[in-house]
Design a protein around this ligand. Structure first.
Ligand code: CUA
Length: 183
């Protein structure tokens, strides 16, 4: 009797009885590699990976943060763009970045090769800081009541869009900020 191959038909043979030697080998290699990758993510790359940016954060009162950001903007503002202040902080200095529905404030102008300490927080709901600015490629959650601290050293000049990648309301897709890097 010719049997047709079908998912409904019972397979023939003893395929369910035990693993072959090479199967066992691959199962164990997979398990060991999974554990190795977990250990790399948890312990190895945070210590030696150059692309990693160690994130620190601390608690803050949102009203306090908003007033610190306002003071920062007043001190270093050099212009305006589409109604958003453009700020050029001193090289090596702090940069306050204020997220709100649905804007990033201010537009930040940096100097290439200088390191800046970004202090990022939200004054309303959760937002997401998503920036690709060589050599950095960063995703950070931005929460009200917490300041995320990031050190960034731009190595290319240009304009880099800062995108919100946490859904924060009807204007979420419009929430695009800007970082400008000059010589
Ligand atoms: Cu802010 Cu989405």
């Amino acid at each position: 009797m010719a049997s047709r191959v079908s998912a409904l038909a019972k397979p023939r043979g003893v395929w369910w009885e035990g693993l072959g030697r090479d199967e066992r080998l691959w199962v164990w290699l997979t398990v060991i590699w999974g554990i190795a990758m977990f250990l790399m993510i948890a312990f190895v790359w945070p210590l030696i990976g150059e692309e990693q940016n160690r994130l620190h954060s601390y608690r803050v009162d949102p009203v306090t943060f908003a007033s610190q950001a306002e003071a920062f903007i007043q001190q270093y503002q050099i212009g305006q763009r589409d109604g958003v202040p453009v700020v050029a902080p001193p090289p090596g200095g702090d940069v306050y970045l204020d997220a709100r529905a649905f804007a990033w404030q201010p537009v930040v102008q940096l100097k290439r090769g200088e390191t800046y300490r970004f202090l990022i927080s939200s004054r309303d709901v959760q937002h997401g800081f998503s920036l690709v600015m060589p050599p950095h490629s960063i995703n950070v959650q931005v929460l009200p009541g917490y300041v995320a601290v990031l050190e960034l050293t731009p190595e290319e000049t240009g304009e880099f869009p800062l995108i919100c990648n946490e859904y924060c309301g009807l204007g979420h897709h419009l929430m695009i900020g800007r970082i400008i890097v000059t010589e």
